[in-house]
Design a protein. Structure first.
Length: 372
């Protein structure tokens, strides 16, 4: 505990500072198929896959009407010093694999469908887009770009052609992948959707990003200004493509995973709050974690409050990582109920301890830093 606290303090020292108490929630994976359904989970478990060991397998699924409604209500229930509601930046995956077309190609070609079309096929999801748009209007949601898909397409198709059970059995359930152990591994599960490991990957990833950003605008009616690369994994030359398509702000963890050519491994590149790259894009850093589904026995509210206090002590914004799986209930309703209960407790305590707090979206934080 002391070692983790000391490390957190040290990591908050460098970078952009502000006297304002700014809180930003960044939530990844919205729009992505993860576990297809409770029935799919049960069939995979029956086949011997260790799905029960990973919280993403147990809980994460495409958002439905109830998920969206209850999250929006929870955020709306708490106001900041400007009488604005708590806000989540929902980082959007805009497309999912088109499984039938991929199967018909013999796993030789990749095809996708818009996540809006995926929603149309799922039960209890007919109002999800309506809730998104209402949330944008009311200020509880900000929508930003997470990728065309959350899949490293070349590695994924290779795994399917190699008839690897981890992927083939998932594919039969109309899902891209599953976790093979208690900790989700981006490389093993082919989730690092913007990772360039070879020259062959470069044009594929560039096309995916370009197409994905255009689809984002097509769906939402505005360009994304902020990006969160899946699994914090990208090479710096991809930043030029982002810049060419309107991305001004880059969301990151404290370390970016940098793929190494010729091998499915990554190095690390450290970041700090407000760092600017050679193109002038602003990099923001997640310095707080709120992931109650990862370990239900942990005191996430207490840990999160301590990390927020550390950020504010060093005059940093508190940028909170909180993935979609914490607020999804189609597989296990108790997971959503617990996540929202803890979120409400966290929000209530934030405004009590720091009444001057301001809730911002990721794009708004980037604008604050860029204006300095």
């Amino acid at each position: 505990m002391l070692k983790a606290s000391f490390k957190n303090e040290l990591q908050n020292i460098p970078g952009w500072r502000t006297s304002r108490k700014l809180v930003v929630f960044e939530s990844d994976d919205w729009g992505m198929i993860r576990m297809a359904s409770k029935a799919a989970y049960e069939r995979l478990e029956k086949k011997g896959h260790p799905v029960a060991g990973c919280p993403f397998n147990r809980n994460d699924a495409l958002e439905n009407n109830t998920d969206m409604q209850l999250l929006a209500e929870t955020l709306s229930s708490v106001r900041d010093s400007r009488n604005r509601p708590a806000k989540f930046t929902l980082n959007n995956i805009v497309a999912n694999p088109h499984f039938e077309q991929i199967r018909q190609s013999g796993f030789a070609q990749y095809y996708f469908e818009l996540f809006t079309d995926t929603l149309a096929r799922y039960p209890d999801s007919d109002r999800v887009l309506e809730y998104y748009r209402e949330g944008l209007q009311s200020g509880v949601f900000s929508l930003q770009f997470h990728g065309r898909e959350h899949i490293q397409v070349r590695h994924w198709l290779e795994a399917l052609r190699a008839d690897k059970p981890l992927f083939v059995d998932a594919f039969r359930e109309q899902m891209a992948t599953q976790s093979a152990g208690p900790v989700s591994s981006c490389q093993i599960e082919c989730l690092d959707g913007m990772a360039v490991y070879s020259d062959a990957d470069q044009p594929v990833i560039e096309q995916s990003v370009t197409e994905g950003l255009n689809l984002f605008e097509q769906i939402w009616g505005f360009r994304a200004s902020s990006v969160m690369a899946p699994c914090y994994t990208w090479r710096s030359d991809l930043e030029r493509i982002w810049d060419d398509h309107g991305i001004r702000f880059i969301q990151s963890g404290r370390a970016q995973r940098v793929p190494r050519s010729g091998e499915q491994k990554s190095g690390l590149k450290r970041h700090w709050m407000g760092r600017r790259n050679s193109l002038g894009q602003v990099i923001t850093v997640r310095n707080v974690v709120f992931e109650p589904s990862m370990d239900p026995s942990h005191d996430w509210v207490g840990t999160c409050l301590r990390q927020i206090a550390s950020a504010f002590r060093w005059r940093k914004p508190a940028v909170i990582s909180s993935h979609r799986l914490n607020f999804i209930g189609s597989i296990r309703p108790a997971n959503r109920d617990s996540g929202l209960k803890q979120l409400r407790a966290l929000l209530d305590e934030i405004v009590r301890r720091w009444p001057e707090v301001e809730f911002l979206g990721s794009d708004e934080l980037g604008q604050c830093i860029a204006a300095d």
